[in-house]
Write a protein that binds this ligand. Structure first.
Ligand code: NAD
Length: 334
């Protein structure tokens, strides 16, 4: 049995998912797909029911789309168990992924409880999109095993996970988390220190800020702005980030590219718009542009298409890896 990275086993065999909303339910698939026994808990039992129903439907759709076999779907399903009791859910878990609401006092209370209940060797990861683990784990006896593992929605489709510790997180826990995430098919990216929005949401905010400003000023409409990303920048960005792209945009690589275009970039950077107010009127204007762009297609249909195609894109990338990945693999053989 192999996971999406072609590795044989997850480095931790039993995982727990606490909080089974949009993100938690997707983590269930990540762990179960990789071969982990996956125990699931949510203080709201109807959320667990909803997550299990989603899991059932998502697996069936993947089978119907030919992404996995019926046997694989049954195996994934069989690895997942729901528990009404937190102590029972965490029993034997080597890794725990917390995906409760994004609210600092609640996260602190949840971590206090998880640290009390989880076995001393359990790594406690949080899906938080922007809270600081130093603050969440402040004063906890087990602060050393608390860590941020921030996914992108939905993590069973999009592999990157931002990993960062708090002030008291052990280096060993960081290494163990990165190793585990790789072994279940995710792509961990380590941050040396906390910054608001981490890497992903910070860069996304920079782009969205400019996108809104361009629409607000009437330079272009919603569809034009979106098209420039999905039919332009986004296509390259699925293969290489801004620096990798710069490196391939001039025969002399990134040195030549940034030297040659330095002034043009600085001029554009200085011309970028201010932070938009994003008031209700502007949100409505963006929403109308977006509604027109999707022309009545339901969001669930679009999401399903997104997830299906993204999984195919990931599979294509894996079947035709970048030369740098092949080079790294070859080096490992020596
Ligand atoms: P959600 O509202 O869909 O789900 C939250 C779940 O937490 C619910 O099922 C709720 O019943 C449960 N919950 C409530 N109180 C709890 C408690 N005390 N202990 C455990 N669970 C509790 O939220 P979501 O979108 O899944 O977000 C979960 C986390 O993931 C947040 O920290 C969020 O910032 C992060 N995140 C979200 C996204 C996204 O796009 N939705 C992306 C990346 C990270």
């Amino acid at each position: 049995m192999t996971n999406p990275q072609g590795r044989r086993h997850p480095t931790i065999r039993q995982a727990a998912v606490v909080g089974t909303g949009v993100i938690g339910r997707s983590w269930i698939r990540v762990f179960a797909r990789a071969g982990c026994r996956t125990r699931v808990y949510d203080p709201n039992p109807s959320q667990v029911e909803k997550a299990l129903a989603w899991l059932e439907e998502d697996l069936s759709l993947d089978v119907a789309d030919g992404l996995i076999s019926a046997k694989e779907a049954a195996e994934q399903r069989a690895r997942v168990t729901a528990h009404k009791d937190l102590v029972e859910a965490l029993d034997g878990a080597g890794y725990l992924q917390e995906s409760g609401p994004e609210e600092i006092d609640l996260k602190k209370a949840v971590f206090l409880q998880l640290d009390r209940v989880a076995g001393t060797q359990t790594v406690i990861g949080s899906s938080t999109s922007g809270l600081d683990m130093t603050e969440i784990a402040q004063g906890l006896p087990g602060a050393r095993r608390c860590i941020v593992a921030h996914p992108v929605n939905p993590p069973h489709v999009i592999p990157v996970v931002e990993v960062l510790g708090g002030e008291h997180t052990d280096l060993e826990v960081i290494a163990k988390t990165c190793e585990f995430m790789s072994s279940v098919g995710q792509k961990p990216v380590f941050l040396n220190s906390y910054v608001s929005g981490f890497l992903l949401n910070r860069m996304q905010a920079a782009l969205i800020r400019e996108a809104i400003d361009l629409v607000e000023r009437g330079v272009a409409d919603v569809k034009a702005v979106d098209t420039v990303i999905c039919e332009g920048l986004g296509l390259r960005w699925a293969l290489m980030g801004p620096f990798g792209v710069a490196n391939t945009n001039a025969d002399g690589g990134i040195r030549e590219y940034f030297t040659r275009y330095r002034e043009a970039y600085i001029e554009d950077m200085n011309d970028l718009g201010p932070t938009p107010s994003l008031d209700q009127a502007m949100i409505e204007r963006l929403a109308q542009g977006t509604d027109a762009m999707f022309n009545g297609t339901s969001r669930s249909e679009i999401r399903r298409w997104r997830d299906r195609v993204l999984q195919k894109v990931c599979a294509v990338k894996q079947s035709d890896p970048s030369p740098q990945v092949i080079f790294a693999r070859e080096l490992r053989q020596f």
